[in-house]
Design a protein around this ligand. Sequence first.
Ligand code: B12
Length: 106
Amino acid sequence: MHDIGKNIVALLLKGAGFNVIDLGANVSAEKIVETVKERDARLIGLSALLTTTMRRMGEVVEKLRTEGVDVKVLAGGAAVSAEYAEQIGAIYCKDAFEAVEVAKGG
Ligand code: B12
């Protein structure tokens, strides 16, 4: 349900010239991994504002790794900390501007 921050991140990335595929809210790990493979995405952005939904981020990263998909994962949203992101193998971004910087950085 919390999609305002996600939408801002998507908007700024589009503005910076990235081709953004927005899967919306409440998306399963299966759908995310499937889309990454189909569209050959080089970066994934995961957003969570609730401590409950935050845990699903770890599931997504784990599924990517077990399926051998090598893609950079950015994580953000009020519930997420830099420590948590590091723990699951994602890169934490405090806001949309940082997301663009990290995305540009390769
Ligand atoms: C607006 C809001 C809502 C709106 C959401 C509307 C919408 N369409 O998004 C509504 C009213 C629907 C809502 C509902 C609820 N909410 Co609410 N909500 C908020 C609030 C006040 C602001 C969130 C927001 O939009 N901020 C503005 C945006 C621009 O900021 P942002 O999301 O943080 O995003 C920025 C960065 O974090 C970062 N970022 C975000 N995502 C990503 C992703 C990537 C990849 C990257 C790189 C960066 C990044 O970049 C963004 C832009 O700079 C927060 C308070 C807070 N402190 O965040 C509570 C908050 C998130 N909500 C909360 C709760 C509890 C709920 C409800 C469960 C309440 C209820 N009992 O019904 C429901 C949950 C519904 C659901 N199933 O998801 C709690 C969560 C607590 C927790 N620890 O889990 C919070 C923290 C409020 C609180 N202090 O209690 N909520």
